[in-house]
Write a protein that binds this ligand. Structure first.
Ligand SMILES: Nc1ncnc2c1ncn2[C@@H]1O[C@H](COP(=O)(O)OP(=O)(O)OP(=O)(O)O)[C@@H](O)[C@H]1O
Ligand SMILES: [Mg+2]
Length: 352
């Protein structure tokens, strides 16, 4: 038995409401093993009615993990309310992010897996939960946020009152949106090359008057190329969410995505995976699930890379239709849109 193995065993204990394990939630602190005793602190961010049952689950998980060993367990429960932190220092050129608490990149290796759909609906779900949210569409090749939010004919204003030109984001559905798509005609293709693309992309994040935000989501273009690396190095990300379908070709690219964020010169945490198009349920057969792209592919990846699976989103016609109509499903109180609300709750639980 060692500290790592104890931590590993505790990863098997989920918070019953948040549906995330206690280690990922940052609730386990100061694991010590001495004199035949395993000790650690179980920290709750606020008083929690489930604390004794979670504590019991931790004990059971340890007994299960080390059945042959004799040891005592001492768990100290404590409540430590987390203070809202302001970003204390920002690098030169990052002033627009000074009052943004969490910056989360939504990434995927493969294109077309539903990254923008997840990003836009997640942004709306977070806003509906009472948070201040912004979303930057950093897909210089195929910006889709204007269409998905029915803002494609908007023209953002520029504020230069401080001596620096800052773009004012478009507000709709309780979210501040920014996209390179606002600076081109909807029917014109955008043609960018390396450095130009990565500069334009940074402008969509750094030259925007975000103001105070709880969450800034960044919808990255698909892939793991130079543009991504340059961007994620220059933005103070809290972490990344990787979106994939359960299909093997998409999963192979998830691995590349995770490795990019974990590489030495980027080193940003993976907050979790989101599996999109997990199954198809036809409206007339609501209890049937067809696993068109395979089953549980992302769960396997999540396990392999030791990251949480934040959610599984079914393939539903109304998700596609609502996106095309510019009124994302997360706006509606429908059963179909609930998976995004749950996703938002998990992200909040991890970051707050
Ligand atoms: N769960 C879903 N159910 C039904 N349709 C979906 C779902 N997720 C995404 N789609 C549809 O699939 C298409 C691709 O989705 P989206 O544009 O979000 O993918 P993307 O990963 O952002 O693509 P790109 O790589 O081009 O940026 C869209 O038409 C979208 O409406
Ligand atoms: Mg997209």
């Amino acid at each position: 038995m060692d500290i790592k193995l104890v931590e590993e065993a505790l990863r098997g204990v989920q918070h019953p409401v948040k549906e995330i394990d206690v280690v990922t939630l940052g609730m386990v602190e100061d694991i010590k093993i001495e004199d035949g005793k395993v000790r650690f602190k179980l920290v709750f961010p606020s008083p929690d009615a489930l604390s004794s049952s979670i504590k019991k689950s931790c004990e059971e998980a340890l007994r299960r993990a080390f059945p042959a060993e004799e040891f005592k367990i001492s768990i100290m429960e404590l409540v430590r309310e987390r203070k809202i932190q302001k970003r204390q220092t920002v690098a030169l050129g990052q002033e627009s992010l000074e009052n943004v608490r969490h910056i989360v990149a939504i990434a995927s290796g493969k294109g077309g897996v539903g990254k923008s759909t997840v990003a836009v609906n997640l942004a709306i779900a977070l806003a509906r939960a009472g948070f201040r949210v912004g979303l930057s569409d950093a897909d210089v090749y195929g910006p889709s946020v204007p269409k998905m939010t029915d803002t494609e004919f908007e023209h953002p204003q520029v504020d230069d009152s401080t001596g620096k030109e800052m773009i004012i984001p478009i507000e709709k559905y309780g979210v501040k949106w920014m996209s390179i798509g606002y600076f081109s005609k909807p029917d014109q293709p955008l043609i960018w090359r390396g450095p130009m693309a990565s500069n334009a992309l940074k402008q969509m994040i750094l030259q925007v008057q975000w103001g105070e935000l709880d969450f800034l989501l960044i919808d990255l273009p698909p892939g793991t190329g130079d543009i991504h690396i340059s961007l994620v190095q220059d933005i103070p990300l809290s972490g990344a969410i990787v979106v994939s379908t359960p299909q093997p070709v998409a999963l192979a690219d998830v691995e590349k995505g995770i490795n990019m964020f974990r590489s030495k010169n980027i080193d940003k945490p993976i907050l979790g995976l989101v599996e999109n198009m997990s199954w198809f349920t036809p409206e007339e057969l609501p209890n049937n699930r067809y696993y068109i792209f395979g089953k549980d592919g992302c769960a396997v990846m999540a396990k392999k890379f030791n990251v949480p699976l934040l959610g599984q989103i079914p393939l539903i016609q109304s998700i596609r239709e609502s996106g095309d109509a510019g009124e994302p499903i997360a706006l509606m109180d429908r059963e179909d849109g609930k998976s995004f609300g749950k996703l938002a709750e998990k992200l909040i639980a991890i970051l707050e």
